[in-house]
Write a protein that binds this ligand. Structure first.
Ligand SMILES: Cc1cc2nc3c(=O)[nH]c(=O)nc-3n(C[C@H](O)[C@H](O)[C@H](O)COP(=O)(O)O)c2cc1C
Length: 358
């Protein structure tokens, strides 16, 4: 039998106080942690990135660790028992290969991370122990972490008095916008009605002890909205965070021209440029760190995506009600969109784009 280094291994190089190296592996739904006595063990694991026979590994370990055969065998047995080395045909490699072939690296990362969580006894990192459901309320998110200039949005208008049926049947995907500037009250109206239910949830979280909150409310607290303003009167082209609670835009960056704003979105959207000439392209973010904490099973990932979809599609309907066009896509280049919006992509990631305009 050949063995290979587990592909789901992480090393904490500065881990334990005594300066050792702590490795964590995910295998068969559990997590094993092991402290390496010697840095050269990493060399053995590196050698086993290609499937190796035990004889082959023993010889390599004896040479690189300068040890006897029995010590090398003990080490290999430990690495196999703890799951650092796995049989070459282990499910980890099969699943990894299937997902990699589809190019779903990041999705795999989220999936495996949530899949192996211990749901009966969630074990949040030490600094989060206070966050268990209790009599305290959960501080809803605010955009105050960003220190850019704030723009308070004007009072929104009511939505036109029209049946839901008429609006839903009129909704269409548009791949051409007219380049018309949006006025600020229209943007305010769109944001207010699209995210009103989210604001209500945040208010509920602030006012209600955690033990009594509606479960869906906590999940929604992981939602973020980043409008990239292309053409809007009184708002410089740029990337903003929409502060849902305060109904304000917090500036993250500005662009010199409208065209630069168009190009920045195209660049993040795999060179699709259907949003060009739109007024605003709104990016949706999920704070996976939050969602994972409150829904640690793998369905937490599904919930994250579905919540984004739910709110994005309300935005589409609100825009349609206001006779605005829309284009949606989740086809985003992760590194580009992370850089544009200023998120790191793992604990918080951008998953959807809705462009609106005339
Ligand atoms: C999740 C999702 C992803 C989409 N991605 C793209 C895309 O990358 N490029 C594109 O041109 N259209 C995209 N669309 C638009 C669909 O092609 C469009 O909804 C479909 O053609 C049906 O047309 P309709 O929206 O007018 O009913 C996407 C739509 C959805 C819901």
């Amino acid at each position: 039998m050949k063995v290979r280094t587990n592909n789901l291994v992480q090393f904490d190089w500065n881990g334990p106080a005594d300066g050792g190296i702590r490795g964590t592996v995910f295998v068969d739904g559990t997590t094993n942690t092991y402290e390496l006595d010697d840095i050269d063990v990493v060399e053995v694991l590196e050698y086993a990135l290609t499937a190796r026979s035990k004889d082959d590994l023993r010889t390599f370990a004896c040479d690189s660790l300068e040890c006897e055969t029995t010590a090398a065998d003990d080490l290999l047995d430990t690495l196999i028992e703890t799951g650092f080395l796995l049989p070459d045909d282990h499910e980890n490699f099969v699943a990894y290969r299937t997902w990699m072939d589809k190019g779903w690296q990041r999705a795999l990362f989220y999936h495996l991370r949530t899949r192996t969580a211990d749901v009966e006894r969630p074990t949040p990192p030490d600094d989060r122990e206070e966050t268990a459901r209790s009599g305290e309320s959960l501080e809803p998110p605010s955009a105050t972490a960003r220190d850019g200039p704030r723009l308070d949005l004007p009072d929104p208008d009511e939505l036109p008095d029209e049946s839901f049926r008429a609006v839903a049947l009129r909704r269409r995907t548009h791949r051409n916008f007219s380049g018309t500037e949006m006025d600020l009250t229209t943007l305010s109206t769109v944001l207010h009605h699209a995210f009103g239910p989210v604001k209500a949830v945040f208010d509920h979280l602030e006012e209600t002890p955690l033990a009594e909150t509606e479960p869906g409310a906590i999940r929604r607290a992981g939602l973020r909205v980043y409008p990239v303003v292309q053409r809007c009167r009184d708002v410089p082209p740029g990337v903003y965070e929409y502060d849902i609670r305060e109904h304000a835009l917090v500036r993250i960056r500005t662009f010199d021209t409208v065209e630069t704003a168009d190009d920045a979105v195209t660049d993040a959207a795999h060179r699709q440029n259907h949003h060009t000439d739109a007024a605003v392209s709104l990016f949706f973010g999920s704070v996976f760190d939050h969602d994972q904490r409150w829904c640690p099973k793998s369905r937490g990932l599904r919930n994250s995506y579905l919540h984004v979809s739910e709110h994005a599609h309300r935005l589409v309907l609100v825009a349609t009600a206001l006779r605005l066009r829309n284009f949606v896509t989740p086809a985003l280049k992760d590194e580009r969109i992370d850089a544009l919006v200023g998120v790191e992509g793992d604990d918080e990631a951008i998953t959807y784009l809705v462009a609106i305009g005339e």
